[in-house]
Ligand binder design. Sequence first.
Ligand SMILES: NC(=O)c1ccc[n+]([C@@H]2O[C@H](COP(=O)([O-])OP(=O)(O)OC[C@H]3O[C@@H](n4cnc5c(N)ncnc54)[C@H](OP(=O)(O)O)[C@@H]3O)[C@@H](O)[C@H]2O)c1
Length: 307
Amino acid sequence: MKVLVLGATGDQGRAQVEAALAQGHQVRVAVRDPERAANLLPPGIEVARVELGAADAGEEALARAAEGCEAILANYPSSSFNDGRWLVGAAAAAGRAATRAGVGIIIFNTSLPQRERLMGFAAHDVRYRMRLALMEAGVPVVTLAPVVFMDNLLRGWAFPAIADEDCFRYAHRPELEVAWICQADVASLMLAAAVRPQLAGSVFRIGGPETLRGAEVARRLSAAAGRPIRFESQSVEAFCEAMRPQVQRHEPAEAAHLLEELGRIYRWYNEGPERPFSVDMAPVLEQLPVTLTPFADWAGRQLWSRA
Ligand SMILES: NC(=O)c1ccc[n+]([C@@H]2O[C@H](COP(=O)([O-])OP(=O)(O)OC[C@H]3O[C@@H](n4cnc5c(N)ncnc54)[C@H](OP(=O)(O)O)[C@@H]3O)[C@@H](O)[C@H]2O)c1
């Protein structure tokens, strides 16, 4: 297959590029800065320049980039911190571009838990509208809605506490059960969907093979790191405060609103009766046959101290 990856320079897109290459597919990426992408991504891929912020939301450039590709793996930047109308417009443009280029299928990674209705949370609802916008032009779309990524523990908002304080600090209440999934498995599931056009229109909520509470994650981290790591349940308020640098480019009132929204959706993740972070993968794996990575195996492959 030849696949076009959108958002390839982000964490999730990069994992998809690597997985696609490992499976022997040809990979093209659509990025804003080809030179930066060439430095970030593995060799052996084609790089096309596409600016989603252009007046046509990148449609013309995307249609050219998608020429000859059977599938598009679509990843987008945050729907918490970017303008929702812009993101929905970019998705609509991608759908039209895919139609023009004769692409067979689009696999949409919502990057966040999804329910198949508007929920009143901006970050969630923008993704919901993006899915509809992608589908509008008629190309088959399969949507994958992942829960929380194991890889988050290597990022700036979690890793320093693990490395420096032996503390897995996360905005999850102690009893919250989470089906952590690694980004490599998200990539495998997306590629499995890409060769199953009969699944067009489906939305799969996806997670990892186990559902774990914070203390259970900490035990696995301790085993992987070879030292005790404790779990500390961070309040949603403290988490939002830690995310303040993400909204600094916005006007103060808008920044305050975005952080308030972030708090609302994190409270839903923690307390929502829909249990957004729990997933039963058995029925999903019947349709997308992939071997999922247990948390302990993933954690055992990472470095849990500063190099
Ligand atoms: N479920 C979870 O555990 C979890 C964890 C982390 C993040 N997320 C969610 O995942 C999503 C993406 O996160 P990410 O960190 O992987 O993505 P990201 O790096 O912020 O964005 C993905 C790609 O979009 C492009 N992009 C970013 N900002 C853009 C802009 N202003 N205009 C045009 N293109 C832009 C970039 O590509 P180019 O620069 O190459 O064009 C980038 O590689 C977010 O919605 C976030 O909330 C979920």
